[in-house]
Design a protein around this ligand. Structure first.
Ligand code: AMP
Length: 510
């Protein structure tokens, strides 16, 4: 499969396909799409793109609910040599205005209900608009139905762009991460090996397809392995547990696992047919890892990646999957931990900035050469913004985003350390530690805690339990018990929202 004349990801995925009748995708409604069908539909859609004036290198933006036609659109855009730009379905017109005017696509695909609003934005950059609904129908698929399935895949080099994914941008403007054909292909091929994917695998695909996890990791890995996926419109724990009887792999964000654990139907028996549970995109609590193992007999395999880098590290398939760690660098990827100020590499076990280098690392931020320069070291390492350490067995541990570091009275406080202490307390489900402005200390360490109802957890009980376990400067000055933490669609706790919510609690502290 790898003797490639054309480095286009589409060619790398499908050239040399020897069994076009093999099942690629099935849906809950019972639709079964073979590899041959998928290639043909991508051909029809690529012809529609070309007829709408999409040329190699042009961006094709899409905001539509998850559907097989949405996945076909991604494959078609790549096949046509265009740059696919998926957009979170939660984005408002105001936000879309930024993405569309920044990326200047030549075509925007969206739900019919938004065609008018998006049309007005698209006109500003001379982009055409086609529609695609959650049912997979719209002007795009109507045109594709009438188009030829023959399409000559456009030749691309390894470094040509296949996609731009905007980062979630919790601080400042969202940036477009430019991903090349080889960034995507090399990473997926390495995961196929690392996670032992074969054509016997059946993936439960319940992730959104506007994010690197569901679009690239889940879909590309399945297709490279000639495996199949059960394509779900959204996460539904009951449906997923039922499907486990005939599936082999689930890829999820940590909230999938915590929510599946709430179902009594999750047992050793119901997961017996499964061989692999992968978690990523946000930290999986060590407790969740242990509870999952106790209930199902499976150790969740946690991996670490980001929009800009695809996947960087993974716990081993055969070796120990360590709760709370994200494993070793994938083959070809180098991870180092440096002093955030000087960039000097730090000894093992020391906490610092995680930097990454390898074929997985993106080509820079779209139209932001200055920003790109500041995020890379001169020797090509990308500064991830994640703080962490590498332990003596070579496992990488993530201790939070650099911007989440709390500096109180001049001392660095790593939120994860305090969160782990709090999470270990009886009755506590999870916690988030943030720094908020404090008149004396610069920032005051503040804990926001979610606990079981009736567990009797209070500010006083948390502070009492921490007393003597943490240095004074690390002790939270306030603890708030809440019902839940704010999370985005990928399950990440939105600490920026918490910082805003509690921003003035120490304002009057003297
Ligand atoms: P995104 O670009 O949306 O995929 O977010 C990437 C960020 O998610 C990383 O920089 C990490 O901060 C976080 N992340 C991803 N995977 C993990 C993980 N397994 N554990 C902890 N944080 C993670």
């Amino acid at each position: 499969m790898n003797s490639i004349a054309n480095a286009n990801l589409f060619s790398r995925l499908f050239d040399g396909l020897d069994d076009p009748g093999r099942l690629a995708i099935e849906t809950l409604e019972g639709k079964r799409i073979s590899y041959g069908d998928l290639i043909a539909r991508a051909g029809q859609t690529a012809n529609v793109l070309a007829s709408r004036g999409v040329k190699p290198g042009d961006r094709v933006a899409a905001q539509s609910e998850k559907s097989v036609s949405g996945l076909v659109l991604y494959l078609a855009a790549v096949r046509a040599g265009a740059v696919y730009l998926p957009l979170n379905t939660a984005y408002t017109l105001n936000e879309l205005d930024y993405f569309i005017t920044d990326a200047e696509p030549s075509l925007v695909v969206c739900d019919a209900s938004r065609a008018e609003g998006i049309g007005a934005i698209a006109r500003k950059v001379d982009a055409k608009v086609e529609t695609l609904g959650a049912d997979g129908k719209g002007s795009l698929t109507e045109a594709a139905d009438k188009a030829s399935s023959e399409f000559k895949t456009v030749a691309r080099t390894n470094d040509d762009l296949a996609a731009i994914l905007y980062t979630s941008g919790t601080t400042g403007r969202s940036k477009g991460a430019m991903l090349s054909h080889d960034n995507l292909a090399s990473n997926s091929l390495s995961l196929v090996d690392y996670w032992r994917f074969t054509n016997e695998d059946v993936l439960i695909h319940a992730l959104p397809i506007y994010h690197t996890h569901g679009l690239f990791v889940a879909s590309n890995v399945t297709l490279f392995a000639r495996a199949s996926m059960i394509f779900l419109p959204k996460f539904d724990p009951d449906v997923i547990i039922k499907l486990m009887a005939r599936a082999s792999v689930l890829m999820g964000v940590p909230t999938f696992y915590t929510r599946l654990l709430q179902s009594p139907a999750l047992t050793k028996e119901s997961t017996r047919h499964m061989r692999l549970f992968v978690s990523g995109s946000a930290p999986l609590l060590a407790d969740t890892h242990r509870e999952w193992a106790a209930r199902t007999g499976h150790a969740v395999l946690e991996r670490y990646g980001m929009t800009e880098t695809n996947m960087n590290t993974s716990n081993p398939y055969d070796g120990e999957r360590v709760a709370g760690a994200v494993g070793h660098p994938l083959p070809g990827v180098t991870v180092r931990v440096t002093d955030p100020e000087t960039g000097k590499e730090l000894p093992r076990g020391t906490v610092g900035m995680i930097e990454v280098e390898g074929p997985n690392v993106f080509k820079g931020y779209w139209r932001m050469p200055e920003k790109t320069k500041t995020e890379f070291r001169d020797d090509g390492f990308f500064i991830t913004g994640d703080l962490g350490k590498i332990d003596d067995k070579g496992y990488v541990h993530i201790l939070g985003r650099g911007k989440d570091l709390v500096i109180s009275g001049g001392f660095n406080v790593y939120p994860k350390e305090i969160e782990s202490e709090i999470d270990a307390m009886p009755g506590v489900i999870e916690s988030a530690v943030i720094g908020v402005p404090h008149a004396d200390f610069g920032e005051g360490v503040t804990a926001v805690v979610v606990c079981n109802k009736d567990a009797g957890v209070s500010e006083a009980s948390v502070l009492k339990a921490l007393d003597g376990r943490l240095a004074k400067f690390k002790m939270p000055k306030r603890v708030f018990v809440v019902d839940e933490l704010p999370r985005n669609a990928m399950g990440k706790v939105q600490k920026n929202i918490l910082r805003d919510m509690y921003s003035d609690i120490y304002a009057k502290t003297k």
